[in-house]
Design a binder for this molecule. Structure first.
Ligand code: HEM
Length: 211
């Protein structure tokens, strides 16, 4: 799936998901200026903020921990990925179309993991709290509000694009949304090293094949 972003100026962005363009309100000039002015600070302590964010996320909302790959946490890949995404966003906040190559990767990853709209406020709260923890007094109310607004815009864009993927997957023959229970219906040895497993949904008889 491709994500199209058109900047129409005049306070409007158009983002295409599910084959149609949707209007997204742009942020105020003041919010954009505040978020952009925090890029150097984030560059300096972006990883520290992201680590603090994960500490908060996993201790305050342990139910989301299962979504994350613990091996990635251990080697620090995901903290870097998120820090990079946040910085790229801050640097391009007034021209979101510059993110059009990065967004599909995030959207597909999230959709593969079944990230849901209700997770976004949790992540947003932890991210803002982490910024406050690391920046201390430098994180003024104005900065936090600007980031809350900016995060809200990106979350809105991701939620809508991910919903389009979920709808597309659901409408495919044999498709479904969210978690679905399967049982192994049959195992077949194809060669000495390859075995095919035939899975059957517990709720009806249509079969999917995985090797
Ligand atoms: C605006 C908000 C968000 C941004 C900018 C963002 C960004 C990213 C990025 C850049 C990646 C790495 C993609 C890749 O290269 O494979 C990623 C992965 C991931 N994101 Fe998000 N994300 C956001 C919100 C969320 C939310 C709300 C959840 C819900 C719990 C979430 C869960 C995950 C998970 C589980 C992964 C895979 C991590 C792993 O490999 O362990 N993200 N995200």
């Amino acid at each position: 799936m491709r994500t199209w972003i058109r900047n129409h100026g005049e306070g409007r962005n158009q983002v295409r998901h599910d084959g149609r363009f949707h209007e997204h309100a742009m942020l105020s000039k003041q919010t954009i200026a505040i978020v952009k002015s925090t890029v150097p600070v984030l560059q300096q302590c972006g990883e520290q903020i992201t680590r603090r964010f994960y500490d908060r996320l996993f201790s305050e909302h342990p139910q989301v921990k299962a979504y994350f790959n613990e091996a990635h946490q251990a080697v620090g890949t995901q903290p870097r990925a998120l820090a990079t995404a946040v910085l790229a966003y801050a640097a391009h906040i007034d021209k979101l179309e510059a993110l059009k190559d990065a967004l599909p990767v995030i959207i597909q990853k999230h959709a593969a993991l079944d990230v849901r709209p209700e997770h976004y406020p949790i992540v947003g709260q932890c991210l803002l709290a982490a910024i406050r923890d690391v920046l201390g007094a430098a994180a003024t109310g104005e900065i936090i509000n600007a980031w809350a607004e900016a995060y809200g815009q990106l979350a809105d864009l991701l939620i809508n694009s991910e919903e389009a993927v979920y709808r597309q997957n659901e409408s495919k023959p044999g498709g479904w949304r969210g978690a679905r229970a399967f049982r192994v219906a049959r195992k077949q040895a194809e060669s000495d090293v390859i075995t095919s497993f035939y899975f059957e949904p517990v709720d009806d008889g249509r079969r999917q094949r995985a090797e």
